[in-house]
Write a protein that binds this ligand. Structure first.
Ligand code: GLV
Ligand code: MN
Ligand code: MN
Length: 395
C-alpha cells in the first residue's frame, strides 16, 4: 500500500474543526491511531504487542536470531498539529515493508519491528518522548506517574482510562537489548538547515539525514498574585501575576536573542481564567533549545524568576559511522542536517543504540501546525529510501 493511501486512512482521526489534528496522548483520537496501527500490522501478518510503556510494536520474523532493526516514529500530535509529524514515519515503515514484500530476493536475516512510540510530543503531560524515555530508563516511573495535564488528570489515570496499566511502566531492559538499530523517518520541520549554514532540503534534495538533535529543555514558572474583582480593585491595590508573566515572556525573548538560541512560551495556565477576575496565579512553560547547551543554560539563567526544569535532553549526536553507512547505502548524496526538533530517535541514541533519521522535505517550513506539509512524491521517495535502508541493514 502506498504511504499516501496509508496516511489518508488517518485523515479523520482527531481532525480539529479549526484545522490540524488533536491526537494527544491517551485520548480517544490516540486510541483510534493505535487501532489503525494494530489493523495495519495484523493485516500484514505482523505480530503486534503493546509494551509496558504503551509503545506499539509490530514484528516481522521476531524469532530470527540477532537484534532487531527497528523503524517507525509516533502517532500522537501537539494540539492542532500537522498530518505528518509522527504518522509519516509509521506509515512509511508499513509502506516500506510492503515494497520489500514484492522484492523476491529480499529475505530478512534478522527481526524487523515497526514501532509507534507513545506520547512523543509531551503535549498533554509536559515531558516529550515519554514512551521511549520510560523504555530506556531516562524517565523514572514515579516521576512519570505524577505528571498531570491541564485538567489535573495524571498520566496514570489517563493510561488506565485508555485500558493500559500504569503500574509496570519503566525501564524495559530486555526489549532495549533486542533493538539493534533504529531508523526514524520524519518530515523536516523548519528552516534550521539554512540558518546553520549547511545544505537544506532543496528542489534537488527532497530527502536528508539528521546528524544530531539540539539540546532542549522545558521549564515551568509559577507566578502567584491575589485573585480579585476586575471592576472594583484599584490598580494600585492589585497583585496581578499576568504582569509578571508579561515580563517573563519578554525576558525569555531577549535572552534567546542575546544568546543565539530559540526559546518559546507556548503554553500558559491562568487561574481562575475569568474575564472579570484578576488572576490568582499563572503558570507558564518555557521551551528553550540551541546548538550549544551552555548557551541554552546561560539564556535561562537570565530569566528573573525561578523556573523549574521539567525535562532536559542533552545534545544528541547520531552515531556518525551508522549515519555515514546509511548515507552510502542511499546513494551517498543526501544532505546532512541538524534537528532542532526532538525525537524518540534521540532518546534511543542516548541509550547507545545506533540510530539515524531520514528527513523528508517540507516545503512549507512549518510544523506543529496545520500548514505542515510534504508532497506525495517526496513521501514516496522517503519510502523508497526507507525500504533501501531496511534492505541494506536487514537482508
Ligand atoms: C517534538 O516534536 C519537539 O521537538 O518538541
Ligand atoms: Mn515527531
Ligand atoms: Mn513534533
Amino acid at each position: 500500500m502506498s504511504v499516501v493511501s496509508l496516511l489518508a486512512e488517518l485523515t479523520d482521526v482527531g481532525a480539529s474543526r479549526a484545522g490540524g489534528y488533536d491526537r494527544l496522548a491517551w485520548t480517544s483520537a490516540d486510541a483510534d491511531c493505535r487501532t489503525w496501527f494494530v489493523a495495519q500490522a495484523s493485516s500484514r501478518g505482523l505480530e503486534v504487542e503493546t509494551d509496558r510503556n504503551g509503545n506499539l510494536w509490530a514484528w516481522l520474523n521476531p524469532s530470527l536470531p540477532g537484534t532487531a532493526l527497528v523503524v517507525g516514529s509516533h502517532l500522537d500530535s501537539v494540539p492542532r498539529g500537522g498530518a505528518f509529524d509522527g504518522p509519516l514515519g509509521v506509515a512509511s515503515a508499513f509502506a516500506a515493508l510492503d515494497a520489500l514484500g514484492s522484492v523476491s530476493d529480499f529475505v530478512p536475516g534478522r527481526p524487523i519491528a515497526i514501532v509507534a512510540f507513545s506520547d512523543e510530543e509531551g503535549a498533554r503531560f509536559g515531558v516529550a518522548c515519554a514512551g521511549s524515555r520510560l523504555l530506556t530508563g531516562a524517565l523514572q516511573p514515579d516521576a512519570f506517574r505524577a505528571l498531570t495535564d491541564v485538567d489535573g488528570i495524571t498520566t496514570a489515570e489517563a493510561m488506565s482510562a485508555a485500558g493500559q496499566s500504569p503500574e509496570h511502566v519503566g525501564l524495559d531492559a530486555e526489549r532495549l537489548a533486542r533493538i539493534g538499530e533504529f531508523i526514524e523517518l520524519h518530515v523536516e520541520q523548519g528552516h534550521l538547515a539554512s540558518s546553520a549554514g549547511v545544505d537544506g532540503l532543496t528542489s534537488d534534495a527532497p530527502l536528508g539525514l539528521a546528524t544530531q538533535i539540539w539540546p532542549h529543555g522545558r521549564w515551568r514558572v509559577d507566578l502567584v498574585g491575589q485573585q480579585n474583582h476586575a471592576g472594583t480593585t484599584r490598580l494600585a491595590d492589585r497583585r496581578d501575576p499576568m504582569l509578571d508573566l508579561a515580563r517573563v515572556i519578554l525576558e525569555v525573548r531577549i535572552a534567546a536573542k542575546s544568546h543565539g538560541i530559540l526559546a518559546t512560551v507556548g503554553k500558559i495556565r491562568v487561574s481562575p481564567g475569568a474575564v472579570n477576575a484578576i488572576p490568582g496565579s499563572v503558570s507558564a512553560w518555557i521551551d528553550a533549545r540551541g546548538s550549544d547547551e551552555t548557551l541554552v543554560r546561560r539564556a535561562m539563567a537570565e530569566i528573573g524568576r525561578d523556573a523549574a526544569l521539567e525535562s532536559w535532553t542533552p545534545a544528541t549526536p547520531f552515531d556518525p559511522a551508522f549515519v555515514a553507512e546509511l548515507g552510502t547505502s542511499l546513494g551517498g548524496t543526501l544532505p546532512l542536517l541538524p534537528s532542532g526538533a526532538g525525537h524518540d530517535a534521540g532518546v534511543l541514541a542516548l541509550a547507545g543504540i545506533p540510530t539515524a533519521m531520514i528527513l523528508v522535505r517540507n516545503p512549507s517550513g512549518i510544523s506543529h501546525a496545520p500548514e505542515e506539509y510534504a508532497e506525495d512524491a517526496d513521501c514516496e521517495r522517503g519510502v523508497v529510501a526507507l525500504a533501501a535502508a531496511i534492505r541494506s541493514r536487514a537482508a
